[in-house]
Design a protein around this ligand. Sequence first.
Ligand SMILES: NC(=O)c1ccc[n+]([C@@H]2O[C@H](COP(=O)([O-])OP(=O)(O)OC[C@H]3O[C@@H](n4cnc5c(N)ncnc54)[C@H](O)[C@@H]3O)[C@@H](O)[C@H]2O)c1
Ligand SMILES: O=P(O)(O)OC[C@H]1O[C@H](O[C@H]2[C@H](O)[C@@H](O)[C@@H](O)O[C@@H]2CO)[C@H](O)[C@@H](O)[C@@H]1O
Ligand SMILES: [Mn+2]
Length: 455
Amino acid sequence: MFKPPFILSIAGGGSTYTPGIVKSLMVQLQDFPLAEIRLYDIDAARQDTIAPVVEKVIRDHSQSIKFTVTDNPEVAFSGAHFVFAQMRVGQYKMREQDEKIPLRHGVVGQETCGPGGLAYGLRTILPMVELIDLVERYAHQKAWIVNYSNPAAIVAEGVRRLRPNARVLNICDMPVAAMRNMGAILGVDRHKLEVDYFGLNHFGWFTRVLVDGVDRLPELRRHIAKYGLLTEDAAKTDPQHSDPSWVKTWRNIKPIMDNFPEYLPNPYLQYYLMPNQIVEHQNPDYTRANEVMNGREKKLFAAAEEYKRTGILSDAFHVGVHGEFIVDVARSLAFNLRQRHLVMVENRGAITNLPYDAVVEVPAYITSEGPEPIRVGQVPLFHQTLLQQQLASEQLLVEATIEGSYEKALQAFTLNRTVPTMEHAKAILDEMIEANRDYWPALQKAWQDGEAVKK
Ligand SMILES: NC(=O)c1ccc[n+]([C@@H]2O[C@H](COP(=O)([O-])OP(=O)(O)OC[C@H]3O[C@@H](n4cnc5c(N)ncnc54)[C@H](O)[C@@H]3O)[C@@H](O)[C@H]2O)c1
Ligand SMILES: O=P(O)(O)OC[C@H]1O[C@H](O[C@H]2[C@H](O)[C@@H](O)[C@@H](O)O[C@@H]2CO)[C@H](O)[C@@H](O)[C@@H]1O
Ligand SMILES: [Mn+2]
């Protein structure tokens, strides 16, 4: 492939996670040597605010690494070996719409799940394809894009449909975060856990949790029956996520496993299996987007301004599993380490009773030529049916984006488990088309042409 030191570009350099990821890169420099780090963003002002913090993180560890900040894709990607993608198309203001519009109709309002996730997907698929084309035009021909940009399930399906040969690996830190919590509960480092897992992104289950070859899922089951997937002192498990909404998310593993104890669910399944309880506790005027804008984003940007003024950088960002995981995956790609990670891959029979072309999230060995998924085999009818419905909703959303089809978008919304009726789906979709008029031109046109009433 290519030899270190590498050129690494971060697409979405203005992200609140950029300092944490760069810190993780610095800590692992010995194992992932870098010649240059480049930040790329379409919002130069946002990125320029974050950049001095990132440069400080780099210079605390290295004087030799070149640091580039740009909104020019040719400068960003020329000769790059790795691209970490973490775009939020529409930024937090659109996340707030994604979460608040469904809630106005009594439906789950969430970043990547339900109508919010579908809307986010409709905004993100084509910018992701554009990013791939830019990277393929300018970067090293064997460059890898490691993608965090959400909604990862829909982005991954869009890339499968539109750029099937692209060197893109879609990843999610949620299962790793769950493994971090498991480790805290079991008293072992998360790196010692070997898990079996199957599902779609943000819609899956752990089936085994091995420590030195012994399945510790029974012990976790007993703990979860009392506390959910958190240690008794929640703040100790995940300091970055002591926000009430996150503690509730980890606690909600309990009611799900009280009913279905065999497998340990991804926390996101709460939105699909307990939508009414979720809506009951969501504040339609103050959602997770507001918590993040007033929390993580505000804290980082305030620290960046203070650093600019005083040269003192306060403790304003977090590395955590988010920063560690993407560097672990990149190392395995770079050096053909064959590390076993949960990543998104085309099924191709890994789960025998799901469609061959489904994008699934399963353990895989990460090689320089990409992931080699493990064989899961047949999943139980209950999980297969839930997965099939969610998969159809996501695949129809992607087709709606590609074809500019209002009807397929409505089918995708109607099929989603968080949406109770076709009328709810239509009311939410029509409001979202209005809110996304700057992002969904094709769908806007289909809607205005009255495609929905043509039949
Ligand atoms: N996959 C996962 O498990 C996981 C975990 C955490 C965050 N994320 C995702 O990472 C992304 C960043 O999260 P955040 O909270 O830091 O968002 P953020 O809004 O703080 O930063 C995102 C950045 O992307 C930029 N951007 C938007 N469109 C772009 C484009 N077309 N090209 C280049 N840059 C573009 C924005 O200007 C912004 O600076 C989001 O998509 C989020 O959902 C994913
Ligand atoms: O509400 P946010 O923006 O804080 O988080 C949304 C993301 O949540 C997951 O990632 C979490 C992870 O689960 C948590 O333990 C910690 O590591 O932080 C991560 C980022 O907040 C989820 O995997 C992402 O897809 C969401 O975007
Ligand atoms: Mn995720």
